[in-house]
Design a protein around this ligand. Sequence first.
Ligand code: AMP
Length: 414
Amino acid sequence: MKYKSPRGTRDIFGETALGLSLLEQKAKEIFIRHGFEEVRTPIFEDAALFTRSIGQTTDIVEKEMYVFEDRKGRKLALRPEGTVSLARAFIEHRMDISSPAGKFFYSGEMFRYERPQAGRYRQFRQIGAEIYANSSPAADAEIIILAQDVLSSFGIDKINIHINSLGCEKCRPLFREALVNYFSSVEDLCQDCVRRLERNPLRLLDCKVDSCKFTDFPKISNYRCSDCKDNFDTVRLLLKKANCNFTVNDKLVRGLDYYTRTVFEVRSDAVVSQDALAAGGRYDNLVKEIGGQNTPAVGFALGAERVFLAAQSAGFFENFKSPENFFVAIADQELFGEAFAFAVKATRDGINGNKDISVFGPINGKSLTNQLKFADKIQAAKTIVFAKTEFENGKVLVKNMKDKTQIEVELNNL
Ligand code: AMP
């Protein structure tokens, strides 16, 4: 084979494609019910937009972005996530000034140069939602509950919601300093952690290699200022009131620098991938950071591929039967036009009023035996045969492909 889809990408057919569309459609219904409005942004942006907001020292910016130059030498990047693009659009359309409060959702392809594995791709789909200009902890709780509701609508109920609060610009520097002091005394740090220690010490906490070595590490809970503490207390209280179960995880830091205060991840033991199904948090400084008016915001994104795997193992797609296949065949070649017209009508109006069907055929120039073989191949439930004698009496033959029985039916009754 000369050409293959690039590593980390894939061609999606049949049930998987249908399943992914179904997830998207269901999520949209829930977002709309919660008052969110859809936004579509370009899949590439000025590369500096991501570098600036996600953070120079994050894995995404350091190792995973697809950056390229266009013909005029502009440095662009395929979007690695959706939050930043939406914030850019929010500012560009002056919404930070004219209508700062808004609830938005998106669904689209994201691109990260990561090591592919089950549920992890270089091109993947995120479905996400964001609440703008709402600094209330109730918005944090709403986003977490929304993530839970979307997953639960796919039959994914066995989830663990991990939450943490990373503090704000007042208290986080003190925590950061304590972390640097602590990590400097830990021996045998992995190469990534040695680098992170200088540039982004919070990230050491969720290092997959070293994390288990950190037992006595400084806890953010001891460093939060009183505002951040009150804020986190309220988020937890509201989640409890709404019967949303969660675990406080003081190692949860997330891989993007724009987060302030609440961060969360939704994990599930049921999926092949150890990575989170969905994740998000508050980012009160992002809009200002990239040139807009001060606009606090909070949001989340789920990875459609991972959620698809989880929904599949929860048996979600078993409730959705694909439509029955019908095949239109001809016993006599001169009836091709009639059969063709019938097939067109059947795709528009259904057969016997049933529109939940897929119609195949007719095929000309093939013997009836060969046509029926094709009908078996596509697992047709029924084949409608146009045959001369019956057709002259206004009838067709309807063949049940399972038990191979056949009846005559008035064409007008189909
Ligand atoms: P993040 O934007 O890193 O906060 O990730 C949010 C969600 O997107 C994760 O919880 C995953 O479900 C999904 N995700 C992130 N990276 C990938 C990837 N390379 N392949 C598939 N899904 C991903």
